[in-house]
Design a protein around this ligand. Structure first.
Ligand SMILES: Nc1nc2c(c(=O)[nH]1)N[C@H]1C(S)=C(S)[C@@H](COP(=O)(O)O)O[C@H]1N2
Ligand SMILES: [Mo]
Length: 412
């Protein structure tokens, strides 16, 4: 998991092979650095601090305190395809988050290029708009950024800046229809209750095109896994944009503005841009690439019951299982390879809880004898026919990692 210890391991192995080839004399005279160096980097994945200090949250990996950035511990993903609210990851841009939200005075404003501007209380929204439910993965654009090589700045997430929940709420379309969107509308802009902490800092706002906002899938959630949203996950209302990266999933949603001009606010126009290339992939250092707003998610799959270094039984079937998601559509299949990607076999898929959610997969492996090493690679192909690539993508923001993941196991 720790890229530093991984590099150190690789170095050690390489140094070892080098010495073995050169023979004993070389071994004796090898300089100290050739033996591999274990850098005691603080904050590496292996030694990230755990915290239980945040309201409504259980044990979480602490990335940052203010604003809170909390990562879901990996074991959580093995417990089921729904990520529990108390361990659902947390990410905020500004620390000016309110201490409480008064449900009696809270209003959701709908304004701008509409026939009727509205300011709606929670009970009215819940009572008047038809309730819908949807399972969907909320994944930070920068999930897994810590694995980028060359490394890139930003929160050094491992794979836990994602989660799947059953969201309940109402369709954004129904709300917009009741406000009456006027002709000539271009985008719908969303903002939450928190405030920037630096003078003149841009309030966090994100926009969707008018057609996307009215596609009937984008929703405003007031419940998550059957409960009110945890405060840090956006109580009392948040936007759910199925299949799209979480940056659009506005928390503590309080303001919806229908625009008739392109949104030129900082967060939509300047932040969260990706290279307009397949998988947002560029060569490190490449310049002059056209940039576009980040958008649809891509397929991913993970082993959840075993981590690299774990030992499994020799000459006996061992269960390997994990989760997969299709990105902007469902999971068609999850294949597994134990020979470095030469051959792939289908794994068994668990129940389909909704195309935008996590899907369980499982398979059996039986290593031939004690001491044998098995690298298990898993590859999700989504229902659009898009499969995870075997080479990691790279971009300077550390967005959209979806390379095939591998765990290295040893039979004992
Ligand atoms: N109001 C508000 N909503 C927000 C953000 C924010 O900073 N403020 N961050 C976005 C980003 S970048 C992410 S990754 C998700 C994180 O959602 P979570 O904290 O519920 O996991 O919220 C999104 N919605
Ligand atoms: Mo994010």
């Amino acid at each position: 998991m720790n890229p530093f210890s991984f590099e150190a391991r690789t170095l050690t192995r390489r140094a070892f092979l080098g010495r073995a080839a050169l023979g004993g004399a070389a071994l004796m005279s090898a300089p100290a650095w050739a033996h591999g160096i274990d850098f005691p980097f603080p904050g590496g994945f292996g030694e990230r601090e755990m915290t239980t200090s945040f309201p409504q949250k259980g044990s979480m990996i602490l990335q940052r305190t203010r604003p809170p950035l909390l990562e879901t511990p990996w074991e959580t993903f093995d417990r089921g395809v729904f990520t529990t609210n108390d361990q659902f990851y947390v990410r905020w841009h500004w620390a000016g988050i309110p201490d409480n939200v008064d449900v009696n005075t809270f209003r959701l404003k709908v304004h701008g290029n509409v026939d009727h501007e509205m300011s709606l209380a929670l009970p009215d929204l819940i009572r008047t708009l038809p309730r819908v439910e949807l399972a969907a993965v909320n994944q930070c654009s920068g999930n897994s950024r810590g694995f980028f090589s060359p490394r890139v700045p930003g929160a050094q997430w491992a794979n836990g800046a994602m989660g799947n929940a059953m969201w309940a709420g109402f369709r954004l379309k129904d709300l917009l229809d009741s406000a009456g969107v006027k002709a000539g509308s271009t985008q719908v802009r969303f903002s939450g209750l928190e405030e920037p902490v630096i003078e003149g800092g841009p309030h966090f706002k994100k926009s969707l095109t008018i057609d996307h906002a009215r596609d009937g899938e984008v929703m405003v959630a007031y419940a998550m896994n059957g409960e009110a949203l945890p405060f840090l996950n956006g109580f009392p209302l948040r936007l759910i944009v199925p299949g799209w990266y979480a940056t659009y999933w506005m928390k503590m949603l309080a303001d919806i503005e229908v625009l008739n001009v392109p949104d030129d606010n900082f967060w939509t126009k300047k932040a969260y841009l990706i290279p307009d290339t397949p998988r947002a992939n560029i060569i490190p250092g490449e310049t002059g690439v056209k940039m576009v707003p980040i958008n649809r998610m891509v397929p991913r799959s993970f082993v959840t019951n075993l981590s690299s270094g774990a030992s499994i039984k020799a000459s006996a079937p061992n269960e390997v299982r994990g989760i997969a998601f299709g990105g902007d559509c469902g999971v068609a299949k999850v294949d597994m390879s134990v020979d470095g990607g030469a051959n792939w076999q289908a794994t068994e898929l668990g129940p389909d809880e909704g195309k935008y959610g996590f899907r369980r997969w499982s398979a059996k492996i039986a290593p031939p004898n004690a001491g044998s090493r098995v690298s298990v690679a898993v590859r999700c192909t989504n229902t659009n026919g898009d499969a995870q690539p075997d080479i990691p993508n790279w971009n300077p923001s550390g967005f959209m990692r979806n390379v095939i993941e591998t765990v290295d196991l040893v039979a004992a």
